[in-house]
Design a protein around this ligand. Structure first.
Ligand code: S6P
Ligand code: ZN
Length: 192
């Protein structure tokens, strides 16, 4: 039996969780090719405008059977009409699921499986979103403040970013008449 030790961490504050082990910042330049309006992204980057889109603070674990706990903070903002979002990924180990817990702000979790079956759930404080095995997931900040949520998932899940980078999600979330609206993604490509 492994001799592991319990820990506790505090939620809230600037980092969303503290203490944490790993911090990952994702800037606009890391999301090249992800937004619908690619030309806006390229113009911004050519002006050396490279906003921070989201940060993940994580307590990762080593062994199978353990859970990673990560806190994601997506900053408010849009590229054109499209709200800031995370890259989105499948878990490399398809059988693994994940639980998100909303801490502050408001947003949407987009989920889709490899057949293109798509779901969208709201994420906000006091909301839990369950992501079943086999579903890619992306989080979108549709509010005017930071969207902060906790993710709890098996330490051996792994991440497949490549598929979503290539196909995109079937839906995107844009502002229409001042409200977040789900529309078909004109750039979605069915996996070959
Ligand atoms: C990990 C979990 C989250 C995301 C985070 C950033 O399985 O789903 O911690 O890593 O929200 O999203 P992404 O798509 O850049 O990993
Ligand atoms: Zn995940």
């Amino acid at each position: 039996m492994l001799d592991l030790e319990p820990y506790s961490a505090r939620l809230g504050g600037k980092t969303g969780i503290y203490p944490y082990k790993i911090k990952v910042d994702r800037y606009l330049s890391d999301l090249r090719g992800y937004f619908l309006e690619e030309q806006i992204v390229e113009e911004m980057l050519s002006r050396n405008e490279n906003p921070l889109i989201y940060t993940v603070y994580e307590i990762s674990r080593e062994f199978e059977g353990e859970f990673n706990v990560g806190c994601t903070i997506i900053y408010p903002g849009k590229i054109g009409d499209e709200y800031y979002f995370t890259k989105g990924h499948y878990h490399a180990k398809e059988q693994t699921s994940e639980v998100y817990v909303g801490l502050s702000g408001e947003g949407i979790i987009l989920m889709q499986n490899r057949e293109g079956r798509t779901f969208a759930e709201e994420i906000k404080p006091k909301t839990v979103v369950y992501i079943p095995p086999g579903f890619a997931h992306r989080s979108i900040n549709t509010g005017k403040t930071r969207l902060v949520f906790l993710a709890i998932y098996p330490s051996n899940s792994g991440h497949d970013y490549e598929t979503i980078m290539r196909t995109g999600f079937t839906k995107i979330v844009v502002e229409r008449d001042g409200k977040p609206t789900l529309i078909d993604n004109p750039k979605y490509r069915k996996k070959l």
